[in-house]
Design a protein around this ligand. Structure first.
Ligand SMILES: Cc1ncc(C[n+]2csc(CCOP(=O)(O)OP(=O)(O)O)c2C)c(N)n1
Length: 644
């Protein structure tokens, strides 16, 4: 049946039995395809019936469906004509792991950062109202996890103020973010879930009392009139309604007709409505259900039947950090850890196990995490805030003014820094070096290997009068790259025979840099490779070192605009050193989803290409061998295609 569904219109005439059949085909399809490519399996298995119901009751794209975060949009993609693209899910040429406007008119919001959908929806609904498109409804699907983010609450506050807004908020409540959703809101949703018994009691009471003439009806009405009050005693039922948003629910999220009934009422209501739908993450797939930790929130390439990874996971950047922090935690009772709903993915799970009282999951709330860390530092703790690089973007202002301005001893640990690839433009961690470069008082380290992760983490935790930050990439860690010597904190990784080029390698590109230097040597070009480890502040001795060389080349896993190369240029300029500085890194562009290696290849960040560039630069033949992108960073306006 699934192959017959070309658009949401094909769902409309299906019987209940056919819908059940379709749901089970979708689940089998998802399990098979996502297991092959990796992706968000658990969340999508949970929203099969919900997505079908939404597409039957509303008319996308006339009605706009906005998914918060977007990782749960696979079923939506299947129902909107993109089945074939799943062969290469999250790979170049296949469907993206998040909604993508270039794929379909049914996709509106591409941003994979959580908690934005309510603001998007509020804006779209207001736009429809003011542009005379009043027949269009906005449906916002938001998870209980995404509801923990501050933006969601800012949006609700505004939505509630407009009683006529045609906005249906579907809260997809599976009680989980990656791990169980935490905080007061989660507790609140959970009390709402348990009030179903109360609804049933009222229904039962109605039947019984109505059969009792004269007194029956008044008693029922009194009881019903008291309903809100009674409920507010057993559960804070009124929170959404007190805000001014009509509440429907809770609804069984795996019962298509129940969801449809709620959606029809919501659609007809004519003002902002919240439909509380209870779903099960990983529904219909035993390995996902049995995964207590994360319900297969996101899987790699796994066996479709057992859910077991097909390749054995080795040591990763994350595990090196995770193990070291646990060791440090044993000696330092002031060290605490903070995660924004990503305990497992950031490696803080081990710290939590060892020191539960010193570990805080704040929900999807990077801004709060950052400012709360400043508060903890003030109180005498040394917080370690572990987030993905891309999510620190959210908390820039808090980093700048709450942490750095106050010289708070907080250490940020950024995982997934640099090009990440598969998850598309919004997941790349390519902005952190540029962003943190403009924050006074902050120290930034980019370790090149595991030994340097351990070392810089310890150094960072010894700094208590200023913030520190360590960034490293995703995935398996390369073997350690020992230094010949360390001069003023700068490691020398490869000594060139002559002084043609000083290659400054930032972070995990060190091996590529050393290999390129070795190849350049064979072509008669002397390249010395150094790794400053700490890139902010840059050691002054860099200037003295660079004086001896004809050229300096900087390689970094981040945008070139405002990155380390540009800081080094400025340092040289201010020191009166006139040496050409070349930069190898990421152009100012949004990178479409593809494997990290493919993207790096596109950008010319391969040993072979860098060698060619080094040779060309050393002989001044700039234009001959250098990849076009290196000389002409992509025009920002035409940046929405894969870089080739
Ligand atoms: C700003 C931000 N921080 C962290 C994440 C990582 N992340 C992706 S999905 C997710 C959990 C989402 O939970 P929920 O909204 O309940 O959706 P579910 O997966 O349970 O359906 C998190 C923390 C993110 N996407 N954006």
């Amino acid at each position: 049946m699934l192959s017959e569904i070309k658009s949401p219109a094909d769902l409309k005439g299906l019987s209940a039995a056919q819908l059940d059949q379709l749901s089970s085909e979708i689940r089998s399809f998802l399990i098979e395809q996502v297991s092959k490519s990796g992706g968000h399996l658990g969340p999508n298995l949970g929203v099969v019936e919900l997505t079908i119901a939404i597409h039957r009751i509303f008319q996308s794209p006339k009605d706009v469906v906005v998914f918060d975060t977007g990782h749960q949009s696979y079923v939506h993609k299947l129902l909107t004509g993109r089945i074939a693209g799943f062969e290469k899910l999250r790979q170049r040429g296949g469907v993206a792991g998040y909604p993508n406007r270039s794929e379909s008119e049914h996709d509106v919001v591409e941003n994979s950062h959580a908690s934005t959908a309510l603001s998007w929806s509020d804006g779209i609904a207001k736009g429809f109202a003011l542009t005379n498109q009043k027949d269009r409804t906005v449906i916002c699907v938001v998870g209980d996890g995404a509801l923990t983010g501050g933006m969601s609450w800012e949006a609700l506050n505004n939505i509630a103020a407009n009683k006529d807004e045609k906005l249906v908020i579907v809260v997809n409540d599976n009680e989980r973010s990656y791990s169980p959703t935490i905080g007061g809101l989660a507790t609140y949703l959970s009390t709402l879930r348990t009030t179903r018994g109360y609804e049933k009691f009222l229904d039962w009471g109605k039947g019984v009392l109505e059969k009792t003439p004269v007194v029956g009806q008044p008693i029922y009405e009194t009881l019903h009139g008291m309903k809100k009050g009674i409920k507010d005693i057993v559960a804070p039922q009124g929170m959404f309604e007190d805000l001014g948003i009509k509440y429907f629910g809770p609804v069984d999220g795996h019962d298509i007709s129940a969801i449809e009934r709620a959606l029809i009422s919501a659609k007809d209501f004519g003002g902002p409505v919240l439909v509380h739908v209870i779903t099960e993450k990983g529904r219909g797939h035993a390995p996902a259900i049995n995964d207590e930790a994360e319900k297969f929130h996101a899987v790699g390439v796994v066996d479709a039947e057992t859910g077991q990874p097909l390749s054995k996971a080795g040591q990763s950047w994350t595990t090196v950090f995770s193990d070291e922090l646990v060791k440090i935690g044993a000696k330092r009772s002031d060290v605490v850890a903070i995660t924004a709903a990503m305990m497992g993915p950031t490696g803080l799970d081990k710290f939590q196990k060892a020191y539960p009282d010193r570990t805080f999951d704040v929900g999807i709330a990077e801004q709060h995490a950052t400012t709360a860390a400043a508060g903890m530092a003030y109180a005498g703790l040394h917080p370690v805030v572990a987030v993905y690089s891309t999510f620190l973007n959210r908390a820039f202002d808090q980093l700048l003014l709450d942490v750095a301005l106050h010289k708070a001893g907080v250490t940020f640990v950024l995982d997934r820094a640099g090009v990440t690839g598969d998850d598309g433009p919004s997941h790349n961690g390519i902005w952190d070096l540029a962003l943190t470069g403009i924050v006074p008082t902050l120290h930034v380290a980019a370790p090149r290997d595991g030994e340097r992760v351990r070392e810089t983490l310890r150094e960072a935790l010894d700094i208590s009068d200023a913030p520190t930050l360590i960034r490293f990439p995703k995935g398996a860690i390369n073997p350690d790259i020992p230094a010949f010597e360390r001069r003023d904190g700068i490691d020398v990784l490869y000594r060139g025979e002559s002084v043609d080029i000083l290659l400054v390698s930032i972070g995990a590109f060190a091996q590529v840099a050393v290999d390129a230097a070795a190849q350049a040597y064979r072509e008669g070009v002397g390249v010395t490779v150094i790794d400053p480890r700490w890139v902010k502040p840059l050691p002054k001795s860099l200037v003295t070192m660079a004086q001896r060389y004809k050229r300096v080349v900087v390689i970094e896993d981040g945008i070139k605009h405002g990155g380390i190369a540009s800081t080094i240029s400025e340092l040289f300029r201010e020191s009166g050193l006139n040496v050409p500085v070349h930069s190898i890194g990421v152009p100012l562009a949004f990178l479409e989803h593809a494997k990290r290696a493919q993207i790096l290849e596109d950008l010319g960040i391969t040993v072979q290409n860098i060698t060619r560039s080094l040779v060309a630069w050393s002989s001044d033949e700039f234009s001959v061998d250098i990849k076009e992108e290196m000389q002409h960073p992509l025009d920002e306006n035409e940046n929405r295609k894969p870089l080739r």
